[in-house]
Design a protein around this ligand. Structure first.
Ligand SMILES: Cc1ncc(COP(=O)(O)O)c(C=O)c1O
Length: 372
């Protein structure tokens, strides 16, 4: 036990020790949630869904989809997603983590290369680590660096998978997907975009940045997570049928895990359709985000707004201060973000009140002037 106690003690001493939030947190105004459209607290939507949905055998699928019948709720959700993105097919995974790990460990093999943005989500890194493909990373949002790497290495590989998030989860900045498409075409690669934080938020129907840029057909793998703006659980990849068939045969995260409960698949289908009409919420979220970004005098291109502080201890102190004032904003520290860039990460929701955001600004700028 000494080994583990010692390591935990080291984490405490470097202010990197993580703990689950206490019960009190539930009473705070939450700026950590990914409920970007306010769907999770929308009781009308929940009631409407429960009135419509047949509750038989709803709470468990009881096996992997390959073992028992693939339930109609799963199939309908995949059909809805594929039709919306205008792709040949879609495949569900149990979470965004499962999707990235399950796809990237299965499709690229030892003759291939995965090349991802330096700040890509941990699930992509874990998928690439499990894969037998080589793995490289280009500087964050730096497509020139990506091109340098492609120029040098493309010829050594059979297939190359370029992987990026659309809206980045920790900084709220946005990839230049059009440039990524140009590079994928120029160097004959696949393009894989994780829309975790853009689904629901961007595009006329909330399908993500690929919809907003009208480039759905040019992205080979569109990954979306349903536990964030959709207030559900699970994830999907929209892509060609051949990849779905291959994943059903090779993706261990898909094959060896109990499928999503039918009630969640049905809720996701219901919300996916509702989300398309939520332009008022998207507009409000955009306005709140640009106002709050200006108020804090920070940089963000989205509803994820980082307030970089630097040292872990100071980020923790700022988070405590906000907690005392009724706000739940967690300090994000290394290794989730690079060393010495500890930050408060605000993630906004369309149903937030501007008064609360003004109160936060005033606390951060008047009570802790050294963080300005
Ligand atoms: C970019 C990105 N991809 C994937 C995931 C994982 O999604 P899930 O929470 O559904 O496992 C996250 C979660 O934070 C994320 O930010």
């Amino acid at each position: 036990m000494d080994k583990y106690n010692t390591r935990l003690q080291e984490l405490k001493e470097s202010n990197n020790y993580r703990q689950l939030p206490d019960k009190e947190t539930l009473n705070l105004i939450d700026l950590c949630s990914n409920d970007y459209l306010g769907i999770n607290t929308n009781t009308h939507l929940r009631d409407e869904f429960l009135r419509e949905f047949n509750m038989d055998y709803a709470f468990s699928s009881t096996s992997s989809r390959l073992l028992s019948k693939s339930l109609e709720q799963h199939v309908l959700l995949e059909k809805t997603i594929a039709e919306s993105y205008n792709t040949e097919a879609a495949l569900l995974f149990n979470s965004g983590y499962h999707a990235n790990v399950g796809i990237l460990s299965a499709l690229p093999d030892s003759k291939d290369l995965i090349i991802a943005d330096k700040l890509i989500h941990a699930s992509v890194i874990d998928g690439a680590t499990l894969s037998s493909a080589d793995f490289m990373r280009y500087k964050h949002l730096n497509n020139e660096h990506l091109e340098l790497l492609l120029e040098k290495h493309r010829k050594n590989y059979e297939k190359v998978f370029i992987v990026s998030e659309s809206i980045f989860s920790m900084d709220g900045d946005v990839a230049n997907i059009r440039e990524l498409i140009e590079l994928k075409n120029k160097y004959n690669c696949y393009l894989y975009i994780d829309e975790a934080h853009a689904l629901g938020v961007c595009g006329k129907q909330g399908l993500g940045c690929v919809e907003a840029l009208d480039c759905m057909a040019e992205v080979d793998f569109i990954v979306g997570t349903m536990g964030k703006a959709m207030a559900s659980v699970g994830a999907f990849v929209a892509c060609q049928q051949v990849f779905v068939d291959y994943l059903i045969n090779h993706s261990r995260a898909f094959i060896f895990s109990t499928a999503l409960p039918p009630i969640n698949a049905a809720w996701s289908t219901f919300i996916f359709q509702k989300m398309k009409d939520m332009n008022a919420q998207r507009k409000r979220l955009q306005k709140l985000s640009s106002d709050f970004t200006a108020m804090l005098n920070v940089k963000s291109d989205s509803h994820i707004i980082p307030f970089v502080i630097g040292a872990n201890a100071e980020a923790i102190a700022a988070s405590q201060l906000l907690k005392q004032n009724g706000f739940n904003v967690l300090p994000i520290r290394y290794p989730t973000v690079p060393k010495n860039t500890a930050r408060l990460r605000f993630s906004l929701s369309a149903n937030m009140k501007i008064e609360n955001l003004k109160a936060i600004q005033s606390i951060l700028t008047t009570e802790t002037p050294s963080y300005e």
